[in-house]
Design a protein around this ligand. Structure first.
Ligand code: G6P
Length: 608
């Protein structure tokens, strides 16, 4: 989603802004732009549709001077990804870049046009530039004009501003969308996240909702909505974000798939003391004995982690679980009782819909826990309880290592729930903990199937439709597999409960449609095999992912059987997630799509 950078220092701003924007490319975008203010106070901008290299080429031909400036990568919401709609937007000496959506922009635009503003784009953002310009034209000082402008905006935003005639000043503000200030010896920066700021800054200040920051060469003053000065702590730049590099891998996604055994070990060590085999109960500060129901809310891949967790909470802890995608949960009139645990799963901790649900549950007085990968994120700060996944920075838009770490975390939490509620005996708990500790090794074994899965990808790459099916927790993994394939390779893919196939999607089956079946030799095996027979009878091309016992039972009648590592049923979903990732990755590579930044997608979805 849109990336924001800003800098005020003593070196030429444009090349630094471009470098910082490159570090935000992973968020997904379709146009970009930069505006600078030179020493004489002249404001100039350069914008281009498409990738940053287009902007870079433009800047090469028409360089921007000045040591103060703002930059942006835009993920289109209002208006196509054209140069005219690219940020920064300007009006009478004001330039602004924006991440988020201004919901009342039509009313503002009408009002501003009536006051004489002429619009040059279809964006909601341009209204902010005109609004601020009109306040300044009335003689308001910058801070007052900004506060009045922000007060008129409805919706979510992270904003950075530059001003003609003021090479000594930038401004930044946020409601809903994240924004940070980076401090260095010779400059002050603004950035959407620590990743953009890391190589340039020593310390970072995370702005809070409602903050307005006035940024000068020597530092920053932060105000709340009423203009009262606020103090926000400066934190050291997290080490892990500075090393967000591809290493020897062709794509971040490949690197992140291969990191999974290691980051799973890190995550598990937070929840389990490997030496004693005991759960670290202190790191899951929830008394499940007094919880009557759990609701799990998330988006995208994180939602599928929640779907697996539902099976775990039900089978291990006998807990009723409501599961919803956040965009639906936030507008349902559901009963939110105080004795329920509201669990939110999010890699970024910033996804707008999930965050809105968290706030809804907070308002209802529920106990909140957030499974997040970014510990400085808004969700981590606003949830009472943080259950971190220690996956490290994830750059590939398609979530991989964060997903398996979400699963590992949720497995440990479900075990704790079972222990608290007495639904699993201490002996059984110890066995299951032991199984969970095997996950990194088994995931490493699954990664070693890469060459086999590359061949599978060759079969899938020419298809225009693929189906993924499974039962029980493997149903969730089938859904995740289909999501991965469609988002990376743009092949239409549907995940389905194996037993539900005959109620519709089996109509799609012919000998061009690969049907990927996640079928470990578990309690659902025989049922899923029956569903496979139904597909085979209609000429479907089955690719079965199973384990050794499953492969033996299936025999050699099928077109393709991939033998996954033998995993205990409890942790099988963690292991079978890996072939889903590798199939999608290699299919995308074969089809030549942009693996790390698939078209139209964003890493951190900070708009509704
Ligand atoms: C986007 C990403 C997905 C991710 C989803 C939820 O759609 O492309 O990979 O699963 O957002 O993001 P979150 O940060 O809340 O896990």
């Amino acid at each position: 989603m849109c990336g924001i950078v800003g800098i005020i220092g003593d070196e030429a701003a444009a090349p630094l802004l471009l470098d910082a924007l490159k570090r935000l490319e992973y968020r997904g975008y379709d146009s970009a732009g930069i505006a600078t203010v030179d020493e004489a106070g002249a404001l100039a901008r350069c914008r281009a549709s498409g990738k940053l290299r287009n902007l870079e080429r433009r800047l090469g031909a028409e360089p921007l001077t000045g040591t103060t400036g703002i930059g942006h990568t835009r993920w289109a919401t209002h208006g196509a990804p054209t140069e005219d709609n690219a940020h920064p937007h300007t009006a009478d000496g004001v330039a602004v870049v924006h991440n988020g959506i201004i919901e009342n922009f039509r009313a503002l635009r009408t009002m501003l046009a009536a006051n004489g503003a002429t619009f040059h784009s279809e964006t909601d953002t341009e209204t902010i530039a005109h609004l601020l310009a009109q306040h300044l034209a009335r003689g308001e000082d910058v801070k007052t004009a900004l506060l009045n402008t922000l007060g008129a905006l409805e919706g979510a935003y992270a904003l950075a501003f530059a001003f003609a005639g003021r090479p000594d000043l930038l401004a930044a503000a946020r409601v809903g969308s994240p924004l940070a200030i980076g401090l260095a010896e010779d400059c002050v920066m603004i950035g959407s996240d620590a990743i953009a700021l890391a190589p340039f800054c020593d310390e970072i200040i995370y702005l809070e909702d409602g903050d307005l920051a006035l940024v000068g060469r020597d530092g920053v003053s932060i105000y709340d909505r009423n203009g009262e000065i606020q103090s926000r702590p400066a934190m050291p730049v997290p080490m892990e974000v500075s090393v967000a590099e591809k290493g020897n891998f062709r794509h971040f996604m490949a690197k992140e798939i291969h990191e999974q055994p290691e980051v799973l070990t890190h995550t598990l060590s937070h929840y389990i003391d490997a030496a004693s085999g005991e759960l670290r109960a202190d790191n899951v500060p929830i008394d499940f004995a007094s919880v009557r129901r759990v609701s799990i809310t998330a988006c995208g891949t994180a939602y599928y982690a929640g779907l697996v967790a539902r099976y775990w909470f039900e089978s291990l802890a006998g807990l009723p679980v409501d599961l919803d995608v956040a965009s639906e949960f936030r507008y349902r009139s559901q009963v939110l009782a105080p004795d329920e645990l509201a669990l939110f799963v999010s890699q970024s901790g910033e996804t707008a819909d999930t965050l809105a649900c968290l706030r809804k549950c907070k308002e209802a007085g529920q106990q909140l826990a957030a499974v997040v990968n970014v510990r400085t994120s808004t969700m981590a700060r606003e949830a009472g309880i943080v259950l971190p996944t220690l996956a490290g920075v994830e750059i590939g838009v398609a979530s991989t290592k964060a997903f398996v770490c979400q699963l590992a975390t949720l497995a440990a939490v479900a075990l704790k729930a079972g222990v608290d509620r007495g639904t699993i005996s201490p002996d059984r708990a110890r066995t299951l903990v032991g199984e969970l500790l095997e996950a990194p090794r088994l995931v490493a074994e699954a990664i070693r199937l890469e060459a086999v899965l590359q061949r599978t990808a060759r079969r899938i790459a020419p298809a225009t439709t693929a189906l993924y099916i499974g039962r029980g927790p493997s149903f969730a993994i089938a859904l995740e597999g289909a999501l991965k394939l469609k988002e990376l390779s743009y092949i239409h893919a549907e995940g389905y409960a194996a037993g539900e196939l005959k109620h519709g999607p089996i109509a799609l089956v012919d000998d061009n449609v690969p049907v990927i079946v996640v079928v470990p030799h578990d309690e659902f095996f025989a049922k899923t095999v029956s569903n496979m027979e139904e597909v085979a009878a209609r000429g479907g091309r089955i690719i079965a992912l199973t384990d050794r016992a499953g492969a033996a039972a299936l025999g050699d009648a099928l077109e393709e059987v991939v033998v996954m590592p033998d995993a205990p049923a409890f942790i099988a979903p963690i292991v079978s997630a890996v072939p889903m990732q590798l199939i999608a990755y290699h299919t995308a590579v074969l089809n030549g799509t942009d693996v790390d930044q698939p078209r139209n997608l964003a890493k951190s979805v900070t708009v509704e």
